[in-house]
Structures are given as structure tokens and as C-alpha cells.
Design a protein around this ligand. Structure first.
Ligand SMILES: O=c1[nH]cnc2c1ncn2[C@@H]1O[C@H](COP(=O)(O)OP(=O)(O)O)[C@@H](O)[C@H]1O
Ligand SMILES: [Ca+2]
Length: 499
């Protein structure tokens, strides 16, 4: 009987049937394979990078920037980052008008650095651009054949490198302003998300740019200030203006020209520290289209530049470089240039940042009146004390911070109409998420078509969500499968039947 019972038990356990075992094993293998394939197939591929190089040939110096982005995801947002920058030794390329070959040579060291930073197998597909700004605009106005020679020399030097050379050219003021705006908003991820944009304030040595979106500007009033973009499915109507000669170095020339109109032997300059005393050359001072027509006749060769450090008087000198007499539009900034009402936050970079950071005034939550008081105290500090306090700073920069700070505050308030209420909307910035604020990134994004006009189609689920859902579904299938075999389950709990 016991034997019989044992036989009965064996026959009744369907799990031990070969067919059931095979089906179960196949089912488990299929589910494991499904999950594995789903996970592996959709795993993000190992990152490969592409590179782009932009040379910013500014009026005072040239800088090289290397950008990097994942090779598979060109069209995704916020993915292009600056990986390296190199400051070219010596002055800007426009200063080599009388020795153009040296302009090309000056770029070599930074280009060699770029060769080290970009992987060799990417050289040929790495675009290389050079964009020149206001220094070359002025040289081109003054002596176009000299500017052509400089470009020729620069071009020859750059073509010797193994990158994909895409040309050297002068950017228009609108391009310089608009691409600075693109850079700032791209790095802040504002474009793809369609967020309110940040205005861009760029202060160079020879020109300055203001760019922002304003609800009361559709481009119809003063169309030359309008730049339109369609980015990620959003339309932007940007106001932008570049003031040639209103970079801080050219404004200093204009301020000195204002003070030397009669060709004196010496001037007492409120924008320089008390005790500052330097001999300057009239011909060098007036050697720029921004001031050349004002050169006093019968001036001596040199004049003595003496400081007396008075902020209020310095503001008056600086104001003399702005013209507020005429405006043929609803609103103007200065020199009869249209400007819509200021709107939104602003990022102020390049020399805005260098100067305000040096002066410890980059925090715009400090009330504007306090900023002015602090700057007034700084300007009144004797020159020898300033030198002692900042032994590592180049004397040329050091001597000019009082002037530059005064110019920045005057430009922002009197020029662009920022008030003590709207001043805190400005942020003085150097970098955003590791990339320098400036026109170069926006320029490259535009020329490589890296910002799509329409929003890219993105997969409905991120990778992790996709994997989780596939795994959960596979487990459910497994449970369903096991449950479906229920009629074949052994009835272990039942009492053995005794026949
Ligand atoms: O460390 C610094 N302290 C103060 N000013 C600086 C420093 N580095 C650069 N600058 C200034 O920033 C400005 C940069 O202008 P840039 O050469 O880009 O001219 P551009 O944009 O008008 O062509 C110049 O006035 C230069 O002197
Ligand atoms: Ca610049």
C-alpha cells in the first residue's frame, strides 16, 4: 500500500513532467533575456566627445577657448562646455598693424596647447574659428589694407594647424551682442526650457554691448537694433546695440581728449588717484578713430597726467563722453540710440566683472548709493597706498580701476538708465557652470547649427524609468506565467489518500 501510495504521489507531481520543466526553463530564460537586452540595448553609450575652438581676437588681447560636447547628442541642450582657455601673450591682433606677421606668430603657443588638449583623432573634424571685435573694426576704419594684412597673417598661421579651419572675420556689433546673449542664456539652460531670458552686458576695451528681450520691443522701432532667433521652438525678438568707442580703453582716451582739448602741458585728472603722476604722449593718446578728429593743434609732444582722485568730478568728466541732447525715438540710451525699457535680469561680464570684482563691488545687493560712496573712497586713496596694497597687480590696470569703476556706474545709470531699484537686477559674472561668459560660445553654437530651431523630440521616458518599467513588466509576466500553471501545481498540503 505504501508503495502504491508512493507511486501515486510521483505520478501526481506535474512539475516533474519534462514538458513543464522545459516550458518553465524557457519562460525564465526568455524573461531574463528580455530584461538583459532591454537594459543593454538602451544603455547610454560610452561618452565620446567632439570639440570646437574659437579665438576671441579682442582689442586688448586674444583668448582661445576649447569647447567639448558628447558626440552622440549634438542637439541636446546645455551640453556644450568650455574645457580649456588660453590667453595669448601680447596685445590684441589690431596692435600688429605695422608688423602683421607677428600677429600670426603670437597665436602659436595657444594653438599648440589646443593640439595637446584635443585628441589627435578628432583634429580634422574640430572646427576652428577666429572672430575679431572692436579693435579690428577700428583698424579697418582707419587703415583697411593694414587690417587685411593682419587677417592674412593670422589665417596663414592658423591653417598650419591640423584643425578644420573655418575662417577669420570681424564680427558686427550686433553679432557680438547677440551671441553674448545666446551664450549666457544657453549656459543657464533658459533657451530650451523657454524660461524668461537674461539680458547681456559686455564691456570690452573698444566697444560695449547691451542685449535683452523687452515686451515693448518688436523690432519695428529702430529695426537695426533687432535680432530675431527661433530656438528650441521659441521665437525671440532681441534688442541689441554695440557702442563702438565705448569700451573702457577708448572711453579713457575720450575722457583724456576732453581734458586736453587746449593742448596743455599737464592736466589734473579726478579719475586718477592723488599722487599719480605720469608723462603721456599726445600722438599716442590721439592715435584712434575714436578721438583722432579732436587732436589739439600746436600741442606739445607730451603732457603730464596728474591725479587728484575725486569721484564726483570724475563722474562729470565721464558724463562728457555721452551725448544726451537728441532722441528721435520713444526712448533712448545715449547718442540718440534707441533703447526700449529695461526688462528682466542682466548678466554683466568681461571688463564689467574684472573691474567690479577688483573693487569688491560685484555684489549688487549693496545699495547703489553705498557702491558710489565706496568707489569715492577708493578713488580718493593716495596712489602710493594703492600700489602698496596691490603689489601683484599690473600698474596699468591698477591706475585705471577708479576711472573704470566710475565709467561702469555712469554707463549703467546715465547711459542705460538703470536706477537704484533696477541695479540689483544686474549680476557681475565671469563664468557660468565653468564656461566664460562672452560671445564665443554663442558664435560657435550658431555656426555649427547646434541649437535647433524646433524643440528636439526626446524619448518619453529617461533611461532609468525605461529599465524599471521593463523589469516590473517582466516580473509581472513571470508571476502570471507561474499562476497560469496553477492547475498543474502539486497539492502537497493535501493528506495522502489511503486506498
Ligand atoms: O584683469 C583685468 N583687469 C582689468 N581689466 C581687464 C583685465 N583683463 C582684461 N581686462 C580688460 O577687459 C577689456 C577686454 O576687452 P577686449 O580685449 O575684449 O576688447 P573688445 O571686446 O572691445 O574688442 C579690456 O579693456 C582689458 O583691458
Ligand atoms: Ca571682448
Amino acid at each position: 500500500i505504501i508503495l502504491q501510495r508512493g507511486n501515486l504521489m510521483k505520478e501526481k507531481n506535474p512539475w516533474h513532467k519534462p514538458v513543464t520543466i522545459i516550458i518553465t526553463v524557457i519562460g525564465v530564460i526568455a524573461i531574463v533575456a528580455l530584461v538583459t537586452v532591454a537594459v543593454l540595448q538602451n544603455r547610454p553609450l560610452p561618452q565620446k566627445y567632439k570639440y570646437g575652438i574659437v579665438l576671441d581676437a579682442g582689442s586688448s588681447h586674444t583668448a582661445l577657448y576649447i569647447y567639448e560636447w558628447p558626440a552622440e547628442k549634438d542637439n541636446n541642450t546645455g551640453r556644450v562646455e568650455q574645457t580649456h582657455s588660453c590667453k595669448v601673450k601680447g596685445p590684441g591682433i589690431s596692435s600688429y598693424a605695422s608688423a602683421p606677421l607677428k600677429a600670426g606668430e603670437s597665436l602659436r603657443a595657444c594653438m599648440q596647447e589646443a593640439e595637446q588638449r584635443v585628441p589627435g583623432k578628432r583634429y580634422h573634424e574640430t572646427p576652428l574659428y577666429l572672430g575679431a571685435t572692436a579693435g579690428m573694426r577700428l583698424l579697418n576704419m582707419e587703415n583697411s589694407s593694414a587690417s587685411e594684412k593682419v587677417f592674412q597673417a593670422v589665417e596663414e598661421a592658423l591653417q598650419k594647424f591640423p584643425f578644420s579651419y573655418q575662417g577669420a572675420r570681424i564680427l558686427s556689433g550686433q553679432e557680438e551682442g547677440a551671441f553674448g546673449w545666446v551664450t549666457v542664456n544657453y549656459l543657464d539652460d533658459r533657451l530650451e526650457q523657454g524660461l524668461e531670458t537674461t539680458g547681456a552686458l559686455d564691456l570690452g576695451g573698444a566697444s560695449t554691448q547691451i542685449s535683452f528681450v523687452s515686451d515693448n520691443y518688436d523690432g519695428s522701432e529702430s529695426p537695426s537694433n533687432s535680432v530675431t532667433f527661433r530656438l528650441y521652438g521659441n521665437d525671440y525678438n532681441l534688442y541689441t546695440h554695440s557702442f563702438l568707442c565705448y569700451g573702457k580703453d577708448q572711453v579713457l582716451r575720450m575722457a583724456l581728449a576732453h581734458q586736453t582739448q587746449t593742448g596743455p602741458e599737464s592736466i589734473l585728472d579726478p579719475c586718477f588717484h592723488p599722487g599719480y603722476n605720469a608723462t603721456k604722449n599726445y600722438s599716442i593718446l590721439y592715435d584712434s578713430p575714436c578721438v583722432s578728429d579732436r587732436k589739439p593743434q600746436r600741442a606739445p609732444v607730451n603732457f603730464t597726467h596728474v591725479g587728484n582722485g575725486n569721484f564726483k568730478q570724475c563722474q562729470n568728466v565721464v558724463k562728457s563722453v555721452f551725448n544726451f541732447t537728441h532722441c528721435n525715438y520713444t526712448h533712448c540710451s545715449f547718442n540718440g540710440i534707441f533703447q526700449p525699457l529695461l526688462q528682466g535680469p542682466f548678466g554683466a561680464f568681461s571688463a564689467y566683472y574684472f573691474v567690479m570684482n577688483f573693487l569688491n563691488l560685484s555684489d549688487t545687493s549693496i545699495p547703489l548709493e553705498t557702491v558710489k560712496e565706496k568707489l569715492a573712497r577708493y578713488c580718493a586713496t593716495p596712489w602710493n597706498q594703492i600700489i602698496q596694497q596691490h603689489p601683484d597687480i599690473k600698474l596699468k590696470y591698477l591706475a585705471e580701476y577708479c576711472f573704470s569703476g566710475t565709467y561702469i556706474l555712469t554707463l549703467l545709470t546715465e547711459g542705460y538708465n538703470f536706477t537704484s531699484d533696477s541695479y540689483p537686477n544686474i549680476k557681475f559674472i565671469k563664468k557660468i557652470k565653468g564656461s566664460d561668459a562672452g560671445w564665443t560660445l554663442g558664435y560657435m553654437l550658431n555656426l555649427t547649427n547646434m541649437i535647433p530651431a524646433e524643440a528636439p523630440d526626446s524619448p518619453p521616458l529617461p533611461h532609468a524609468g525605461y529599465v524599471s518599467i521593463v523589469t516590473i513588466m517582466a516580473l509581472l509576466l513571470l508571476i502570471l506565467f507561474v499562476v497560469s500553471l496553477r492547475p498543474l501545481w502539486p497539492r502537497c498540503s493535501k493528506q495522502p489518500q489511503i486506498i
